[in-house]
Design a protein around this ligand. Structure first.
Ligand code: FEO
Length: 171
């Protein structure tokens, strides 16, 4: 694999694990607010991020590319409301999308077809990753400041299923 691409693929593992960490900080906020459904939803999101990180880890490992794990930053965001959390989730996912698109460009420029195909999963996944908080923010707009609406949404978010764990790059 081309040198810059190796570096950025490794950096993406760290970014995915940082995402899990960031979402765990949101879980802690929801727990403090006793919003169990929101907390559950965000816990599932954090688990998904670990799966994303492992998917890249497994891919690099399977093709024999050196893996270098970087330090994971401390998540420093503070939260003031459910809407604030999901706005910050969407903003974060937009950054991840830009990072994935950058990886995809690098793989294309390096004519690394296997990595281009591997990254297609992530390009598609990012559509959902941005859609989920966007949909929740739209519902929050309808709810406005009605506490009953927030509690109904909290119940809905409690139903998010457990993500499927990846054991290989293609899983
Ligand atoms: Fe791993 Fe939320 O993107």
């Amino acid at each position: 694999m081309e040198k810059k691409l190796v570096q950025e693929m490794n950096a993406q593992i760290t970014k995915e694990f940082y995402s899990a960490y960031l979402y765990l900080s949101m879980v802690a906020y929801f727990d403090k607010e006793s919003l169990d459904g929101c907390s559950h939803w965000m816990k599932m999101q954090a688990q998904e991020e670990l799966i994303h990180g492992m998917k890249i880890f497994n891919y690099l490992s399977e093709i024999g590319t050196p893996i270098t794990l970087g330090p994971i930053d401390k998540p420093n965001l503070k939260f003031s409301s459910v809407e604030d959390v999901f706005k910050k989730t969407l903003a974060h996912e937009k950054k991840v999308t830009a990072s994935i698109n950058n990886l995809y460009d690098l793989a294309q420029k390096a004519k690394d077809s296997a990595t281009v195909i591997f990254l297609q999963w992530f390009v598609t996944e990012q559509i959902e990753e941005e859609k989920n908080p966007t949909d929740i923010l739209a519902k929050l707009k309808h709810i406005g400041t009605q506490p009953a609406g927030i509690l109904i949404l909290d119940k809905e978010l409690a139903t998010r299923p457990q993500p499927v764990v990846a054991t290989t790059a293609s899983a």
